[in-house]
Write a protein that binds this ligand. Sequence first.
Ligand SMILES: *Cc1c(COP(=O)(O)O)cnc(C)c1O
Length: 469
Amino acid sequence: MSKIMFFSTNGSPERVDFRQAILMGQAPDRGLYMPEEFPALSPEEILRLKELSYPEIAHQVVRPYLGNLIPDATLRAILADAYNYEVPLERVFDGKYVMRLDRGPTCSFKDFAARLMGRLIQYFLSREGKNIVILTATSGDTGSAVAHAFFGLDNVQVVVLFPRSEVTDRQRRQMTTLGGNVHPLAVEGKFDDCQALVKQAFADPELGHMNLSSANSINIGRLLPQAVYYFYAYSRLANRDGDKSEGKAGGMVEGEEGGLEEMVISVPSGNFGDLMGGLIAMKMGLPVRKFIAATNENDEFPRFMKTGVYDPIRPSRNCLSNAMNVGHPSNLARLFSLYGGRMDEVGVVHRMPDLEAMKQDIFAVSVSDEETRQTIKDTYHDHGVILEPHGAVGFAGLLRYLWDVEDWSPCVSLETADPAKFPEEIIRTIGVNPPLPRAMADLDRMEEHFAEIDNSYQDLLDYLKRRFG
Ligand SMILES: *Cc1c(COP(=O)(O)O)cnc(C)c1O
């Protein structure tokens, strides 16, 4: 089987395979890796997904990118082990669904990416007898998902940088109560500062001997797994019962031109890795009418779509949906590349993407904290569905789109975290204490361990040298 090669968004001519891309994290020219091609699933293959389990769907989507880097039986076993939890599609009202991506061990959608990436990295490393330091920045949920995915592995150390006062207690505890090979680092700064420190460390020759690897959504190993649940959503819509209110029979049917019926997907977005996963799925043949890129008040992307001018927000605004407080999303470099443009790692646009084509595929919208709270209230009172702030930004974005455009396609909005990660806010907004999932049951009682640094590269350097030589 031929394998797909990956190029850097910053334009250097080198190509690497998936193994090299996942172990390096970031390209040597500081760009992000992108696949050179997107192997398409045929309409028949897509319709047949409704008969498959989540791990089987993941196999269909991920397999072509790996060629024969991993034996097929091993890959299937890895996928079955990574995806051993539920992925419910919950009806809110007429053809509008919420897909709950919050049933993994750390209760956010980041488990989908981290668990597969962790297992793939472990597979490659253990065969080569190598050690590695994973250095990652988190706005709240990546850190715990990555830490859990690598916890207890002999050849991996994990350092997680998080913004000291911008994560909730439970988000922090999910990182700081593990111990072992997991080293959380509270930074006196914001997520963008953490991300900048990590990027600087990767570019630092003084740390070259440490075998640093990134587990941020800049790692391609995090991105490809995020294409899977879009196919899964489609396959489960294909299984759904008819929405009687619409007088329609259930299931995805052939669309007007004989192709597959399309769906609308709303993605609450921060660093834009989740949306990139969706766009990759679309490139692979998934019939999507429109993606809604819903941001909180960090609205640099919706403004770009409106004006064609990219103006990062520094410092990022502190909103309720804290995992989306990103003033310059790393994955815009990939998004631009997908539409023929080029953006470098600090956000300078070297070549404009095809803005019209982007608008064709993506409806971008910024949702205020006030609207986020109102959406949590309305969705609970009108439909009995509890959303947390990130999922609410997505759902509010979907409603805004439907307000603007008459569209009867089935709609899926992503719920990216469990409401129990944000109990203070949910109680304040709807007076309900969200039920604590089993995965988080003991968290509030466990002992925490973490180090603290200023927002200073020298501090990070000292810490890394002290710990790992
Ligand atoms: C990380 C995160 C997001 C944003 O996803 P991106 O891929 O960074 O756009 C949304 N919701 C939650 C709960 C998250 O943890």
